[in-house]
Design a protein around this ligand. Structure first.
Ligand code: IPE
Ligand code: IPE
Ligand code: MG
Length: 248
């Protein structure tokens, strides 16, 4: 832990938690067992983020495309989210974790939305890690909703088109007020973003690890953070003052 200084700890880490199904399949277990084991990895990741001083941890829990999965698996994932909030909310609150939820809040089933709102309300005043749960989240869906809200303001005369800036757009995203991720991490060896934080990822460092999500331990997290710490982020500029060689 001492290896991490304020200078190289990312402020915001976003994780695509992938590989629960493969974890279960490789053990001859039903996929649902992989999702269950995945919840334990979530707990460990939140604790580790708190220890290290990460301010925002975003976890991709259910995508707007995951509705394409068989109904039984969709129900299982909804059930797990509900169980997680019911069981862990008090503990998260004790850990001073603030919960925020991104994703489309429409079309969520039954008691999912009230639980998400309860988690946000209960922890609103907390000052530790902000745990951003991406649920029913898809970047293109988020951007579409943001564009519609801007278009409505323009159509009704509240906003002039030239007033639309990159900041205005960011402020209409579900992530309004949350800094862009410094690091996007994906488990399971897949190397794609799968419609996750496309707007916000503009200058994120990307790290792909081979471990399946249920095997994402504190050690794997720390190793990825060390790798991040060695990256040089330039944001289009230069790393240090350089001399521009003029033709000789
Ligand atoms: C990640 O694991 C969890 C969710 C997408 C909800 P997967 O369920 O995608 O597991 P694999 O990719 O099939 O192994
Ligand atoms: C991305 O994983 C979504 C979540 C982790 C919630 P998927 O397993 O759904 O992504 P694809 O289908 O392999 O791209
Ligand atoms: Mg997957």
């Amino acid at each position: 832990m001492s290896k991490f200084t304020a200078a190289n700890v990312p402020e915001h880490v976003a994780i695509i938690m992938d590989g629960n199904g493969r974890w279960a399949n490789s053990r001859g277990l039903p996929r649902t067992m992989g999702h269950r084991k995945g919840v334990e990895a979530v707990r460990e990741a939140v604790r580790t983020a708190g220890e290290i001083g990460i301010r925002y941890l975003t976890l991709f829990a259910f995508s707007s495309e995951n509705w394409r999965r068989p109904e039984a698996e969709v129900s299982d994932l909804m059930g797990l989210l509900k169980a997680f909030i019911r069981r862990d909310l008090a503990e998260l609150h004790t850990q001073n974790v603030r919960v925020r939820v991104i994703g489309d809040r429409k079309n969520l089933r039954g008691d999912v939305l009230p639980l998400l709102l309860e988690a946000e309300d209960t922890t609103r005043g907390n000052t530790g890690v902000t745990l951003v749960i991406a649920f029913n989240y898809g970047s293109r869906d988020e951007m579409t909703r943001a564009m519609q809200s801007l278009a409505l303001d323009v159509a009704q005369g509240r906003l002039a088109p030239e007033q639309i800036t990159s900041e205005t757009i960011s402020s209409r995203m579900d992530t309004a007020g949350i800094p862009d991720p410094d690091l996007i991490l994906r488990t399971s060896g897949e190397e794609r973003l799968s419609n996750f934080l496309l707007w916000q990822a503009a200058y994120a460092e990307l790290i792909f690890v081979s471990e399946l999500w249920p095997d994402f331990t504190r050690e794997v997290f720390l190793a990825a953070l060390e790798k991040y710490g060695r990256r040089e982020r330039r944001f289009g500029g230069l790393s240090q003052p350089q001399t521009l060689a003029v033709g000789s």
